[in-house]
Design a protein around this ligand. Structure first.
Ligand SMILES: Nc1ncnc2c1ncn2[C@@H]1O[C@H](COP(=O)(O)OP(=O)(O)OP(=O)(O)O)[C@@H](O)[C@H]1O
Length: 471
């Protein structure tokens, strides 16, 4: 029998074409000197019926971009604008990537295969259209970790080394190049709507709204399409902010062009996992004011949904949009309590008590110097399972006292992972230690074994996703 969600054959569905040519530009992929497969995600490929491709076919499609059967005949660079660190930028769009193909997954969801590092496009400005190999490896590690921790994320589908020498300010240069393909539940960004508002294009805005409702939100015949879209976007954004926090993850660049209308996380540039539960912790060296710090990610997402609402005002009355906007804080709080309790393997009860317990947990973490993955690992099931001096604090005792009214999720610690000495984590030093053997000796074995460990952690956390009723 096939594993759940797996497809025997792939189902092409280039639905994007219904949006009309004003939303994208046809582009020619770069012709690379070489295409060496460094990572193929057969688990993700199985979900969309593409795991049968042999390596030659894989490189042809995901390194040379020969079209998949019945799919987009030419790659399309998507057009969008965005607020970057709160300044509006009308000069962006896919500058080093494109939409390569669209297809349905085993659950019938519309999925995109989009690229990064595949050549210049009309939106490249002064950029070279390329991605560094290290940037590609960082995308693998972020997506694998987040998937394992229950965050809805794009999947890194393929990394192919392309044999070019790149110059970058933030990496020792020359540095190696890669073409990445990611599998995601759409590439419709808040900035896609902002661009249409900027151009006062009500007709395409209406069409894009209907596309999102039909293909992404699974809604048809709604009484007020803009209210429905706003509600869908706000629930996704609140869930995203909550799941980042519960994972201890700092995305680093929560600009409106990096927020998917589905709330699925994507675009892993300067991300980091927080080494402490420290709200001031910042990932990007260029985020001098901490706009996207660990403690301000929910605020950033809320600011972004406001920008989406402002864009939708081109076609919608404010009254249609306000109720959803106002619901963000409550939805965030509920999603955060649910995500924290799930990661702790504690059975949720009612929202008021769950929120109190979640706050006690955060207060204990924040008052300590403990590494968050370690603390979640040790307190799985709600009771402390390992000795650690950091847990001898009033705040952890207060949490433990509240947790006695709760029970562990059945099977919370059954997986062999929970008997390990240490949790699987991905702090910056660990990421660098995985990159070093690749850079120095072209040794990919440590990365490959780490991916196995991360996937085993994912099995151990099965069921981590915030339930649908929190959406
Ligand atoms: N080397 C480059 N060449 C051309 N354009 C680039 C390059 N690097 C970034 N850009 C463009 O600058 C903008 C902001 O970049 P950002 O890093 O947020 O996106 P990205 O990582 O390239 O792509 P995505 O958001 O799809 O993950 C995008 O429009 C992107 O296409």
């Amino acid at each position: 029998m096939l594993p759940e969600g797996r497809l025997t054959a792939y189902r092409a569905d280039p639905a994007i074409l219904s949006l009309g040519e004003d939303m994208f530009a046809a582009v020619t992929p770069a012709a690379f000197p070489e295409t060496v497969i460094r990572f193929r995600n057969d688990r993700a490929a199985a979900e969309v019926g593409l795991d049968h491709l042999n390596d030659v076919e894989w490189a042809r499609h995901f390194g040379r971009f020969e079209a998949l059967p019945d799919n987009l005949r030419v790659p399309l660079a998507l057009a969008y604008h965005g607020h970057q660190f709160r300044s509006y930028n009308p000069d962006i769009g896919d500058g080093r990537g494109f939409l390569f193909a669209q297809l349905r997954d085993g659950d019938g969801r519309l999925m995109d295969l989009g690229t990064k590092g595949t050549g210049r496009t009309p939106f490249s400005r002064t950029g070279d259209g390329r991605l560094t190999l290290k940037g590609g490896v960082r995308e693998i590690l972020a997506t694998e970790m987040l998937e394992a921790l229950g965050v809805e994320t794009s999947r890194t589908f393929s990394i192919i080394e392309t044999g070019e020498a790149l110059t970058r300010g933030d990496e020792p240069s020359p540095t190696r190049s890669a073409a990445m393909v990611r599998l995601s539940h759409s590439h419709i960004r808040y900035g896609s709507f902002q661009r249409l508002a900027y151009r006062k294009d009500a007709v395409t805005m209406e069409r894009l709204t209907d596309y999102c409702l039909a293909h992404l939100a699974g809604m048809s015949d709604v009484p007020d399409r803009y209210a429905a879209l706003m509600d869908y976007a706000v629930s996704g954004a609140a869930r995203l902010a909550a799941s980042y926090r519960a994972a201890g993850f700092v995305h680093g660049v929560l600009n409106t062009d990096n927020i998917n209308i589905t709330g699925e996380s994507f675009d892993y540039g300067p991300w980091r996992f927080a080494p402490r539960w420290d709200d001031g912790f910042t990932a990007a060296y260029f985020d001098q004011f901490g706009l996207y710090s660990f403690g301000r990610q929910a605020e950033a997402l809320q600011w972004n949904v406001h920008q989406l609402a402002l864009a939708l005002r081109t076609v919608a009355e404010a009254d249609s949009l306000i109720p959803a906007l106002k619901s963000f804080p409550d939805r965030y709080e509920a999603a955060l309590a649910a995500a924290l309790l799930t990661r702790l393997g504690i059975q949720a009860q009612d929202q008021e008590n769950d929120t109190r317990l979640a706050r006690a947990w955060e207060a204990a973490l924040a008052a300590s110097e403990i590494e968050p993955d370690r603390a979640f690992f040790d307190w799985r099931g709600g009771t402390r399972r390992r000795d650690h001096a950091a847990y001898e604090t009033p705040a952890f005792h207060a949490f433990a006292a509240l947790a006695t009214d709760y029970s562990a999720v059945p099977g919370a610690t059954d997986h062999e992972y929970w008997s390990n000495d240490a949790p699987c984590s991905m702090l910056i030093e660990e990421m660098e230690a995985l990159w070093a053997p690749i850079a120095e000796d072209d040794d990919w074995a440590p990365l490959e074994s780490k991916i196995d460990v991360i996937r085993r952690m994912g099995e151990a956390h099965e069921g981590l996703r915030v339930p649908d009723d929190q959406r």
